[in-house]
Design a protein around this ligand. Structure first.
Ligand code: MG
Length: 202
């Protein structure tokens, strides 16, 4: 199973980190060992002093394919969920400065937190509200209508390069409001009105 992640898919978030709005989706991957075990707390890694949460809508690929067209892309997703793309921002900034890949800052153990997955038909994926609450305060509020690249566009683009397989996951990018986590923080994520994640930072 692979975890494909999109960077800078919301203009307001690209700007908050001082990045240009991209012409094509920005793609990186996390290894499957990045997935945090269900029910586990998130442990801050010793190699970073600035780990950020990034709440994202996650697509689960239900049918594999290569060169999937935008118009057929929806048939390749049956379930959606939310995920947190934990990022060692200090390390990422260093890597970016040197023009190096981001994997160390993005793909470390536990850096991919996943909710349960839900049937796509129960939601309107093109206008989905999602939000993250840190210690009882809302810190991120997103709506998928504000994506620069829609789920269909992402699948069409990504599948030109990588064969998609059943069970692959796509993190679709985070909206504005990313920030640092500290020990004892509690993160709660909502898909519309449904609480789908409850995570403690250690
Ligand atoms: Mg992200």
């Amino acid at each position: 199973m692979k975890l494909i992640c999109i960077g800078r898919n919301y203009a307001d978030h690209a700007r908050e980190l001082g990045n240009e709005v991209p012409e094509n989706p920005v793609i990186f991957m996390k290894p499957d060992t990045a997935v945090l075990k269900k029910g586990s707390d998130f442990y801050l890694p010793e190699f970073s002093d600035d780990v950020h949460y990034e709440l994202e809508v996650v697509l689960k690929i239900s049918k594999g394919g290569k060169y999937i067209t935008e118009e057929h892309a929806a048939k390749h997703i049956e379930e959606i969920g939310l995920g947190i793309d934990f990022t060692a921002r200090d390390l990422q900034s260093e890597l970016k400065k040197k023009g190096l890949p981001w994997e160390l800052a993005k793909g470390f153990d536990g850096s991919a937190v996943l909710s349960e997955f839900f049937k796509k038909e129960d939601y309107d994926l093109s206008r989905l509200n999602f939000s993250l609450i840190k210690n009882k305060e809302t810190v991120q509020r997103g709506n998928t209508s504000l994506m620069l690249f829609s789920p269909e566009k992402i699948i069409a683009f990504v599948s030109k390069f990588f064969t998609l397989r059943t069970g692959d996951l796509i993190f679709t990018g985070t909206p504005q409001g990313v920030g640092k986590v500290a020990e004892n923080d509690v993160l709660e994520a909502f898909l519309e009105d449904r609480k789908v994640l409850d995570l403690r930072i250690q």
